[in-house]
Design a protein around this ligand. Structure first.
Ligand SMILES: [Zn+2]
Length: 188
């Protein structure tokens, strides 16, 4: 089920909840919708609304702790890794370098292969270029493929500072929902 971003009354990020909860809160008038996906509709035949992407609490519920885990998504992995292939590349002289992927050749690689029971978690997922993932590594572990990770993949955290900047920078009417979702999911 799709998750919806919930903002605090002051437009700071609060949490993400599933659609069912959002619909319940809407009926209870606990939230208002900030951004919708115009292309999708949800609900029953009698009650149809545009798919909510971001909602805002009607009441202020206090401040969040210093940092918070970011929910897992492919986009969040790409952001954590700064779209850089997490396997060392080598130039013709055998010198290591980091390869920055473009949108077409970045893939989500499961360090321990998914086909062999590897999990879809931050700790087991990295950004990898198509060449490393599909032509070299395939269904193998980095060790088996003779590849070396740039760094150990970790769970990223959203920094409290980003909320503060957010409070002043965020104008939901001016920001496209896609950009907004990317911003939040990536926790940049
Ligand atoms: Zn690569």
């Amino acid at each position: 089920m799709e998750s919806v971003i919930v903002l605090n009354r002051n437009f700071e990020y609060w949490t993400e909840v599933n659609l069912r909860k959002v619909l319940k809160w809407l009926v209870q008038e606990k939230i208002e919708i900030v951004l919708v996906d115009e292309s999708k509709e949800i609900g029953s035949i009698e009650y149809r609304i545009k798919m909510p992407l971001v909602v805002r609490l009607m009441k202020f519920v206090g401040f969040r702790p210093k940092s918070e885990k970011i929910p897992f998504s492919t986009e969040a992995v790409f952001n954590r890794d700064d779209n850089t292939c997490q396997y060392w590349h080598f130039d013709e002289k055998g010198k290591k370098f980091k390869y920055k992927c473009n949108t077409d050749d970045r893939t989500l690689d499961h360090v321990f292969p998914e086909s062999r029971g590897g999990r879809k978690t931050f700790e087991n997922s990295v950004c990898a270029c198509r060449n490393c993932n599909e032509r070299i590594k395939k269904n193998r572990t980095p060790e088996e493929a003779g590849m070396e990770l740039i760094r150990k993949p970790v769970v990223p955290h959203r920094d409290k500072n980003s909320f503060v900047i957010m409070r002043f920078a965020f104008n939901p009417k001016k920001l496209s929902h896609k950009k907004f979702i990317e911003w939040y999911r990536g926790g940049v």
